[in-house]
Design a binder for this molecule. Structure first.
Ligand SMILES: [Zn+2]
Length: 433
């Protein structure tokens, strides 16, 4: 399928987008039911005919999660091995990475998707884009950005997981207009660049594409990390969301108010715990049916991420629904003395405490259905003690996790433990029942 024929559909009416999406969903469901042994078996057992499933019937289909992807990995593959051109791994539920495969057409689809995303964020053919995320180690994100930048005709600077000095030299020499990276890392890089420039002001880049961590809250207001980025870089901030399994990304446009969905590339639902779709504005799990995927087509994939949909007009002129910031992970919900919260909320509250430089959270089970969270914090300011941080957390979160001070080295050692593929700031030691 040539996706480029749908370029610009987000500017058309809701009715037109829905008609196109319904048609593409029907094709996708029929393809999955025919080519994927896993879905073929499901349809055979259900008695439902794949040709009958359109947008209105989506909730009749089963949810597919990371557990099914790990357990039925080969049965979810819809193409012979010779059509596979890229193999990646996504983090699995048991800690063992799960294999995900892409065909040539899937990579072209991804290139189109990232092209649309970058273009909406104002990136053009004249721009140089610095990638501070890895292109290798079986991750797809860096490759996806590269494909999108190439499709757009912009120039990619693939500096990967470099040091601050390495990235600093590149920014100094090449002055890229756009930088892609994890917000907390971009804060460190911004501080480094400001220190190097010895107080000279000016804009360090025009736009930052933020990956992996949220930059806005439930009301789409900038989080402290985003305010810091604007102050350090003088750049516009765009958040982008994706996951390896859904092979689809949603990026904020120049208005910066949630990532635009692409009706021709995915059907996105937000569902409650029972898997029932929720109305726009209600918070639940993000479930994605990526359309037109060839190698591993999925139906209603549970991302495990919590967010909400925004169905309001956008200042950029696109009429597509938007996805709000990721508010947490479904399985990371904490219950402390009757109050429900997510580790991300603790992280955001810590971001607002001056002097705190890094942290990780450990949660254990406690009696009376309560969890016990301990926040291990590194500070750069001696005036910043555990009692003061506990009070600040209580004021913002209405619960009081235990705070333990550690040196920045101790925190870094735990966060960047080699056992994990990504930095880990949340350790769940609760007994699984
Ligand atoms: Zn917009």
């Amino acid at each position: 399928m040539n996706f480029r024929q749908y370029a610009g559909i987000e500017f058309e009416s809701a009715a037109r987008m829905r008609a196109v999406q319904d048609e593409l969903l029907r094709r996708h469901v029929v393809y999955a039911a025919r080519r994927s042994p896993y879905y073929r078996a499901w349809f055979a057992n259900s008695g439902l005919r794949p040709e009958q499933v359109g947008l209105d019937d989506l909730s009749a289909l089963p949810l597919t999660g990371k557990a099914e992807l790990a357990e039925h990995n080969r049965d979810l593959q819809a193409v012979p091995e010779r059509k596979v051109v890229d193999v990646v791994f996504s983090s699995g539920t048991s800690g063992v990475p799960t294999r995900v495969v892409y065909s040539e057409r899937d990579l072209r689809r991804l290139a189109y998707n990232e092209h649309q995303s970058f273009a909406a964020a104002g990136v053009g053919a004249d721009d140089q884009v610095l990638l501070t995320c890895t292109m290798d180690r079986c991750f797809v994100a860096g490759l996806a950005y590269f494909l999108g930048i190439r499709s757009l005709g912009a120039a990619a600077i693939r500096n990967g997981h470099g040091t601050l000095a390495g990235h600093g030299e590149i920014v100094g020499r090449l002055a890229p207009e756009v930088v892609v990276g994890v917000p907390s890392f971009l804060v460190k890089l911004g501080l480094y660049l400001r220190a190097q420039a010895k107080g000279r002001g000016g804009r360090l880049a025009r736009a930052l594409i933020c990956i992996g961590e949220p930059v806005r809250d439930r009301r789409l207001q900038a989080l402290p990390v985003a305010e810091r980025l604007v102050e350090l870089w003088g750049a516009a901030i765009h958040s982008t969301y994706a996951s390896t399994e859904i092979v689809t990304t949603f990026c904020e446009c120049t208005q910066g108010c949630g990532g635009h969905l692409h009706p021709e590339l995915a059907v996105v639902e937000v569902v409650d715990r029972a898997g029932r779709p929720l109305a726009a504005g209600e918070v639940g799990e993000v479930v994605v049916t990526p359309l037109g995927v060839e190698a591993m087509p999925l139906l209603r994939f549970r991302t495990g991420d919590l967010s909400f949909l925004i169905d309001e007009p956008c200042g950029c002129g696109r009429n597509s629904v938007r996805l709000g910031p990721i508010l947490g992970r479904c399985n990371q919900m904490l219950k402390i003395n009757g109050t429900t919260l997510y580790p991300q909320a603790i992280a955001r509250a810590l971001d607002a405490v001056p002097g705190v430089v890094d942290h990780y959270i450990v949660v254990r089970s406690r009696e009376a259905l309560s969890d016990r969270a301990t926040v291990h914090v590194a500070v750069e300011d001696a005036a910043c003690d555990a009692a003061m941080i506990e009070e600040q957390l209580q004021a913002r979160l209405r619960v009081k996790p235990d705070v333990v001070l550690e040196t920045p080295e101790e925190v870094r050692e735990r966060v960047f433990c080699r056992e994990y593929r990504k930095p880990m700031r949340f350790f769940d030691l609760r007994e699984k029942s």
